[in-house]
Design a binder for this molecule. Structure first.
Ligand code: SD4
Length: 292
């Protein structure tokens, strides 16, 4: 099977590179997506993922992440995790080393420490300045900072996997969790059908279980592109509050065809395979009153 990796936003292209190296060498889709998203998690310039993400209303960075293994429908997730720069790797340990699928807050941190993850300060100088400006009323919370990375991959054995990792909404209420770590909303993967991941305002995305719905549409025979379109159309029809916001999905079927659709213009999917290594602006809805 020719491998392929697809991820969200401009920085997805750099994140795809270690993932692609693993896939090209015959490694697993699961290893690929976890190594891939770690690039964004460790990058302080990415303000909505991992280290350097914008903090919550109390000035603490809380991150959420999940993985889904399409071979077994294995799922692991963490949310409200503080002081760990690589939450997706912790989510994998939850999946592989515990009898559970989801750990939150202090329990997730304790588990990460027992697994050997180093605790670190996640708030950078830039993050602190942005938080202080917001707290002092000098700026509004950025309504649409879109930096969450979702990554989906197909390996040479035909296995699919998905990862999704975020620091969530800037200056959120402590404890707030969006769609990203929720199976079926932020991500999904099933070797028998396909994989999908989401980015954008989790309060709206979480309502329609869109990643699961996309995979089910592909199972019924829709292309990844048609599956994403159906789900974004359903989202904006059923959740009118979604309309002003940028929300996007990426999808991959079990043969390596991919698709991407967003509610608004400007969404970029990063695609890396033998044939492609580039950013693609996805088709979008709303801005021009329909499918564009
Ligand atoms: C969240 N979906 O926590 C994430 C944020 C995001 O682009 O994707 N921003 O709601």
């Amino acid at each position: 099977m020719p491998p392929i990796v697809v991820s969200t936003w401009r920085f997805g292209l750099a994140a795809n590179q270690p993932a692609w190296k693993i896939l090209k060498q015959g490694g697993s889709a699961l290893d690929a997506v976890i190594q891939g998203v770690e690039v964004a998690e460790r990058d302080p310039a990415v303000k909505s993922v991992g280290y350097g993400g914008y903090p919550n209303a109390e000035g603490e960075v809380e991150v959420d992440a999940a993985v889904v293994d399409g071979r077994s429908l294995g799922y692991g997730a963490v949310a409200g995790l503080k002081n760990i720069a690589t939450p997706t790797a912790v989510a994998r340990r939850v999946m592989e080393k515990t009898d559970h699928v989801f750990l939150v807050g202090e329990g997730a941190l304790q588990f990460a420490r027992t697994q050997g993850f180093q605790a670190c300060e996640m708030l950078t100088e830039d993050g602190r300045k942005a938080w202080e400006a917001w707290k002092n009323g000098q700026t509004d919370a950025p309504a649409d900072v879109h930096d969450t990375i979702g990554m989906i991959a197909l390996d040479q054995r035909g296995n699919l996997a998905a990862a999704c990792t975020t620091s969530g909404a800037a200056f959120k209420l402590p404890g707030r969790v969006g769609d990203s770590p929720l199976i079926g909303s932020g991500l999904y993967a099933d070797n028998d059908a396909g994989a999908a991941a989401a980015t954008g305002r989790g309060e709206e995305i979480a309502r329609t279980c869109g990643s699961y719905a996309i995979v089910e549409h592909m199972r019924q025979g829709k292309s990844p592109q048609a599956a994403c379109e159906a789900v974004v159309q359903h989202l904006v029809a059923r959740v009118p509050k979604a309309q002003p916001h940028q929300m996007a999905y990426i999808a991959l079927d079990k043969r390596g065809n991919w698709g991407a659709v967003a509610t608004r213009s400007g969404f970029l999917a990063a695609v890396t395979s033998n044939a492609e290594n580039h950013l693609c602006e996805s088709r979008y809805f709303i801005d021009r009153g329909g499918v564009v």
